[in-house]
Design a protein around this ligand. Structure first.
Ligand code: SAJ
Length: 417
């Protein structure tokens, strides 16, 4: 028997790797994206962002013919929806228009016995209350004539292919029963455990995983601010606290970026007013840019009329993604100060919505250097050649990745978060 054909809707950060994983596991996989530029770029074998292994998988998929990019969606045994779900801050609600429009497209080709899986991060209840009514028709009922499930991805940018294979996975069915077809599909490449539940629980679990991490980091950030007030080192304190068998505090830093942690927890908001802790965590994490400025002010007197070199615009080390980057938040915050000048350098990111300069340009005549992204390249920075070019030797190491003593020995005034 032939493997079922799969159509992936949305070829972004999650849809593309997922499609390529299925293609590499002998499924005839088609990829559709509404953006013709995305389709064209991928068809030439170019991955539009940095992610280990992805180039190789794309070349393999296209060359073997197992992965085809299509300009129109055709019937397939299984449709997997991986489209974006942005958050509208002003209206405090998730924008589900891409999910809805993908669902309309699927409905136009949906047949009896097909399977539809939603992977996009969504507010609890979306698969049942938004997706299901669009897909169902006079002849098609979810759970009876076709399978409908929700299965969130949990992969870490920078390790997407590895985590697609190795992480456990949840499959949430729309009706009673474990959605065996969907489990079988993911079993083709998932080496972790696949657990089944209902779709709304699966949607909820995805959100509380990210909310938990965001809240834990907020605790670390608050700890760091407190440690600063008590004149102690937050990293040493957290490391010692974590020796307790039931304590596991994450690392403080310049704020929480990326496309998931700063946004997904907000999907839990409704008119329920039950997200007090989650919203407070968001506030603490978003407030870290102001804390970095406080540290700068404490050394420089004021950041006004000073030039600040910022190292890193990626939201975390080892990736070229700048979405919701703490560095961009810091640059924006510094624009509030008269004549505060910023120069941003990142050895990994090729372009951002702010101008980027070389390392040398960034540090020349700078009054302070702020290391924002934990790129491994920065761990190896040498204090002397940098200090020589700077107007003042001030270092704010927001990730505590540099050897404080070496920088102090080279005459730097050092502050860490
Ligand atoms: N960060 C800290 N301190 C830490 C850990 C992270 O400040 O101790 C910062 C990072 O520097 C970054 C931000 O948090 O700015 C988020 O980075 P991350 O590595 O924690 O997470 P993401 O956004 O890259 O991926 C998260 C992951 N979620 C969880 O670990 C619960 C990933 O598994 C999800 O698949 C992904 O969100 C997603 O797509 O939802």
């Amino acid at each position: 028997m032939n493997e079922p054909t799969i159509c992936i809707h949305g070829l972004g950060y999650i849809g593309l790797p997922t499609a390529l994983m299925f293609a590499a596991h002998d499924y005839e996989t088609r990829g559709y994206d509404t953006d013709p530029d995305v389709r064209e770029t991928l068809a030439t074998g170019t991955v539009p962002y940095d992610e280990p292994e992805l180039d190789r998988y794309l070349a393999q998929g296209l060359n073997s013919g197992q992965f085809k990019i299509v300009d129109e969606v055709a019937p397939a045994d299984c449709h997997i929806i991986c489209v974006p779900t942005p958050y509208q801050e002003e209206e405090q609600k998730t924008d589900l228009r891409y999910v809805e429009s993908a669902a309309e497209t699927v409905r136009s080709v949906l047949r009896k016995n097909d399977t539809v899986v939603l992977e996009s991060t969504v507010p609890p209840g979306t698969t049942s209350n938004v997706l299901r009514p669009i897909l169902e028709g006079r002849e098609l009922t979810a759970g009876e004539s076709f399978t409908l499930a929700y299965s969130p991805e949990t992969v870490l940018p920078g390790k997407i292919m590895t985590e697609l294979r190795e992480n456990d996975r949840i499959v949430g069915n729309i009706s009673d029963g474990p959605a065996a077809e969907v489990v079988a599909l993911y079993e083709s490449f998932v080496e972790g455990t696949i657990r089944t539940t209902d779709a709304t629980t699966a949607e909820f679990v995805k959100l509380i995983q990210n909310a938990f991490r965001d809240t834990n980091i907020a605790f670390a950030n608050e700890t760091a601010k407190l440690a600063h007030e008590f004149g102690i080192d937050s990293r040493e304190a957290i490391e010692l606290a974590n020796k307790h068998p039931r304590v596991d505090i994450l690392s403080p830093g310049p704020g929480v970026g990326g496309h998931c942690l700063p946004i997904d927890p907000l999907f839990l908001r409704r008119d329920n007013h039950a997200t007090t802790l989650i919203e407070a965590a968001r506030e603490v994490n978003d407030g870290m840019a102001a804390f970095v400025v406080e540290l700068l002010n404490s050394v420089l007197g004021t950041v006004e009329d000073h030039r600040i070199a910022i190292f890193g615009v990626a939201y975390k080390g080892g990736v070229d993604d700048t979405r919701h980057s703490p560095s961009l938040a810091l640059v924006e915050r510094l624009t509030d100060y008269k004549n505060a000048d910023t120069a941003v350098h990142d050895p990994v990111v090729k372009s951002a919505r702010i101008p980027l300069v070389t390392q040398k340009e960034a540090v020349t005549d700078a009054d302070a250097l702020v290391v924002v992204t934990d790129h491994p390249q920065f761990e190896r920075l040498e204090p002397e050649p940098i200090g020589e070019k700077m107007a003042q030797r001030v270092l704010i190491d927001t990730r505590a990745i540099l050897d404080r003593k070496r920088w102090q020995d080279a005459g730097f005034e050092v502050r860490r978060i």
